[in-house]
Design a protein around this ligand. Sequence first.
Ligand SMILES: Nc1c(NC[C@H](O)[C@H](O)[C@H](O)CO)[nH]c(=O)[nH]c1=O
Ligand SMILES: CC(=O)[C@@H](O)COP(=O)(O)O
Length: 158
Amino acid sequence: MNDITTYEGNFSAPGAKFALVVGRFNSYIVESLLEGAVDTLVRHGIRKEDLTIVRAPGAFEIPVVVKKVADQGKHDAIIALGAVIRGGTPHFEYVAGECVKGLGQLALQYGIPVSFGVLTVDTIEQAIERAGTKAGNKGSEAAISALETVAVLRSLDN
Ligand SMILES: Nc1c(NC[C@H](O)[C@H](O)[C@H](O)CO)[nH]c(=O)[nH]c1=O
Ligand SMILES: CC(=O)[C@@H](O)COP(=O)(O)O
C-alpha cells in the first residue's frame, strides 16, 4: 500500500473560517450542538474570530441561509446545526428531507464542505442523547467532519 498516492485529511485547518448556520427550533437542544461544535473547532486550533454564527428559524430554512453564506464566499466550510423531532404528523419527513436535500446540493454547487449537524430523531430523549450526553454530540461530530474535509480538500490543492 506504501506506493499508492493517498490524500487523507487530518483535523488541522490553520486559518480556516467556519460558518455555523443554526436552526432556532428546539433551541434547548440545538444550543448544546452549537456549544459542542464551537468547542471542537477551538480545541483544534480554529480562532474564535474565524467563526461566524448565523441563525435560521428552523431546519427548513437552514439551506437558504447556507446558500446566502456560501454566496458570500468568505468561509472554508459551513456547519449546519438543528434538531428535527418527529411529531404526530408527516411534517417531520418534509422538514428533515428538504433540509438534508438542500444541504447536499449546496455542498456540491459551491464545492465547500457543508456538514450535517441536524438531528433527525423520533423522540426528545433521542435528541438529548445526541446533544452531549450518552450518544455523544452531533454538533461536535459535524465540526470534526468539516475540519477533516477542509484539510483533505486543501491537500488536493497541493
Ligand atoms: N418541527 C420542527 C421544525 N419545524 C419548522 C420548520 O423548520 C420551518 O421553520 C417551518 O415549517 C416554517 O417554514 N423545524 C425544526 O428545525 N425542527 C422541528 O422539529
Ligand atoms: C418536525 C416537525 O415539524 C414536528 O415537530 C411537527 O409536529 P407535528 O407533526 O405534531 O405537527
